[in-house]
Design a protein around this ligand. Structure first.
Ligand code: SAH
Length: 343
């Protein structure tokens, strides 16, 4: 059964993007340069099973190859930091690490997971697309909760488990290789469903959101922080060709399928009758991040490590300026979308 929520139950901050339902095919089913898609007999665009398998393999290999380098330079959080937009302060390395922790805290606060009562309710957490487990360990320690992380990369899962053992957290957190689109968990298991910068890798956003909702416990929170493209204006059917071209170039290097907008995510959450749906555009809060990553890559240590790490890392580094361009031109949006599963 599908139901839409009353407009008053949807909040978008700081710039409200009131959701409009489109009659055109959903954006996440559009082809991207990664040859993910095919036109079906009925004319709609679908992701083939073979293309999805090859994407999964590509993602696993990408993170197998690049995670060590990232950890060496940036530590165990593989996501943007959250910054004050108007601060001109030049941050130290530790300042950027703090910004990454702040990203986690701001995300929880935005979703309403704050205050003693709310925090005590969090007993079980799933970290969907967990990297090497930075968020999982942080959340498990903060809430005293059990946390399970899933990733496509065997190397990440092993490293995440090793780091957790070294920090005496193995009784609280564990990691395994599993697909976010077919999670090996029973329905309603988790009080907090956490996806920090993994949604952009998902070739089927509807299935992704469905799985997040399925494994959430009644009353549980879902937090999706992800790369999106801008919302389309009223009457606009697609991004401009130059915008699509920019995203396609990023897709190739970072193993991403077609992108969608925060409004598309909101539509999906609404179609599942989820509650307290909120979204925000945090692009300005993450603006200092990629320039900082590029600066670290351009140090002697960074360059040496890049060369040692391999082609995927080098291509990744060369793609970073495109991320900055995408944000500056307003094509790329750093989105947070949160909601609660009804009791
Ligand atoms: N959330 C982590 C890592 C972000 S990097 C952090 O903030 O540190 C993106 C992660 O998403 C990687 O771990 C990658 O393996 C994972 N991922 C991408 N597609 C996935 C899928 N279909 N199933 C499970 N994990 C996936």
């Amino acid at each position: 059964m599908k139901a839409t929520l009353a407009p008053s139950s949807l909040t978008c901050l700081p710039n409200p993007h009131r959701t409009t339902f489109r009659s055109s095919p959903p954006l996440w089913l559009r082809p991207s340069s990664a040859s993910m898609s095919t036109t079906t007999a009925r004319g709609s665009v679908a992701v083939t099973a073979a293309a999805a398998t090859s994407l999964r393999q590509g993602i696993a290999e990408f993170y197998n190859e690049t995670s060590g380098l990232w950890e060496e330079i940036w530590g165990d959080h593989m996501h943007h930091g959250f910054y004050d937009p108007n601060s001109s302060l030049q941050l130290s390395d530790s300042g950027h690490r703090e910004a990454q922790i702040r990203m986690i805290e701001e995300s929880l606060r935005f979703a309403g997971v704050n205050g003693e009562e709310e925090e005590q309710r969090i007993k079980r957490v799933v970290d969907v697309g967990c990297g090497i487990g930075g968020s999982s360990r942080y959340l498990a320690s903060k809430f005293g909760a059990e946390c399970i992380g899933i990733t496509l990369s065997p190397l990440q899962a092993k490293r995440a488990n090793d780091l957790s053992a070294a920090q005496s957290l193995s009784h609280k957190v564990s990691f395994q290789v599993a697909d976010a689109l077919e999670q090996p968990f029973e329905d309603g298991k988790f009080d907090l469903v956490w996806s920090m910068e993994s949604g952009e890798h998902m070739p089927d956003k509807a299935k992704f959101v469905n799985e997040l909702a399925r494994v959430a416990a009644p009353g549980g929170r879902i937090i999706i922080v992800t790369w999106c493209h801008r919302n389309l204006s009223q009457g606009e059917e697609a991004l401009q060709p130059w915008e699509q071209n920019l995203l396609d170039r990023i897709c190739k290097t970072f193993y991403l399928p077609a992108w969608c907008s925060t409004s598309d995510y909101v539509n999906l959450l609404q179609s599942l009758s989820l509650q307290d749906i909120k979204c925000a555009d945090w692009s300005e809060n993450v603006a200092p991040f990629w320039p900082a990553v590029i600066r670290t890559a351009l140090t002697w240590n960074g360059l040496f490590s890049l060369l040692r790490s391999g082609m995927k890392s080098i291509k990744g580094a060369l793609t970073m300026p495109l991320m900055i361009e995408g944000y500056k031109k307003g094509v790329i949006k750093f989105g947070i979308i949160t909601c609660r599963k009804p009791l």
